[in-house]
Unconditional design. Sequence first.
Length: 127
Amino acid sequence: MEQYLIDTNVVSDYFSASFPARGLQFMDFVIDEIPNISVVSQIELLCWKADFVKEQQIKDFISDSIILDISPNVIAHCVDIRRNKKIKTPDAIIAATAVAHGYVLITNNEKDFINIKGLKIINPYKI
């Protein structure tokens, strides 16, 4: 069974139920398991300006998730990614986290992650 790493942008779209029915069902399945997010996504999510209800929803999501830290293996993959592709460091860390753990990255931001060696992505809008 595949393991997944959820990109920050997907969390927002999931909470607003923006995905088509099949994408929403897929995300329900992934989130009903224990969701995996990068420490970068944790930081980005906690920085969102939101009302009290949405902020609590975000904190609950994070507390239910496995937070994957920046390990030496993630750093090595991140360096390789940044040397071979023009990509922002936070996105490179997220991609490197997915590659280092063998996870499929769930994102709707495919353009930033295409052509990264060893990275598999899935877009809930295209399921």
